[in-house]
Ligand binder design. Structure first.
Ligand SMILES: O=C(NCCCCCn1ccc2cnccc21)c1cc(-c2ccc(F)cc2)cc(O)c1O
Ligand SMILES: [Mg+2]
Length: 214
């Protein structure tokens, strides 16, 4: 049987990137997605915005919802201080299999814990299973109709603290209208929209940065 797009993306990384060099992995994936096959990575334009927020927050603990091929996992993990961890959730075992290899190729496997399964089941177990008290940064990039329920779940499970930052991808395309309405109207959040484009296209999209006020 033929290969999948994530497998072809992984082959491009193994062929063209430099082992242990996260920037070369990022550049190779962006080149592959522009020149060969579009893929739903956060991309270089939104990725630069995400980088700036990661650097500003310099999180001790980070949660990523939606690993896919590990592109944003590598983008975030490459900026984390020594001894800090990124937990990333992936529902699709085939995506997870590729992502583990991309993360390892970048040499960032010590900073990343990839957990397979649905966010709704895993989030309530995070405190006990991984010894996390709260997350300083959460990157939402999974099913768009799970952003709102999972944000409420993070609140209910006591996984957010005053100042925790939520960064949400695709708030325009494909769109997360219920999530946007919530974080922009709730007194518990201070929300800001970073206008950009859907990865590797001219279509409008953007990231929503929401600070939890407790
Ligand atoms: O769908 C997107 N991402 C989610 C993929 C599936 C996540 C599944 N998953 C992972 C962890 C996890 C945990 N629990 C439950 C489910 C979970 C996405 C789509 C587009 C896009 C596509 C076509 C188009 F024409 C325009 C835009 C662009 C993006 O940037 C995206 O991120
Ligand atoms: Mg996305």
């Amino acid at each position: 049987t033929g290969s999948t797009r994530p497998q072809r993306l992984l082959k491009a990384v193994q062929k063209n990137a430099t082992k242990g060099d996260p920037q070369s992995v990022i550049s190779t994936i962006d080149h592959f997605c522009r020149r060969c096959e579009w893929a739903m990575n956060v991309g270089d334009e939104k990725g630069t915005i995400l980088d700036s927020v990661v650097c500003e927050v310099s999180p001790g603990s980070t949660l990523e919802l939606g690993t896919y091929c590990g592109y944003s996992t590598v983008r975030i993990a490459r900026l984390l201080a020594p001894g800090t961890k990124l937990i990333t959730l992936e529902f699709n075992p085939d995506f997870a299999k590729v992502a583990r290899q991309v993360i390892e190729f970048a040499g960032l496997q010590e900073k990343v814990l990839l957990v397979e399964g649905p966010s709704g089941d895993i989030i309530p177990k995070i405190k006990e299973q991984f010894g996390i008290t709260t997350f300083d940064l959460v990157f939402l990039d999974h099913w768009k109709d799970r952003y709102l329920p999972d944000t409420k779940l993070l609140e209910e499970c006591g996984l957010l603290r005053k100042g925790s930052v939520l960064m949400a991808d695709n708030v325009i395309c494909p769109g997360t209208p219920d999530y946007l309405a919530y974080v922009r109207s709730s007194p518990k959040y201070d929300s800001k929209y970073f206008k950009s484009h859907l990865e590797y296209t001219k279509v409008e999209d953007g990231l929503e940065k929401s600070v939890y006020l407790g």
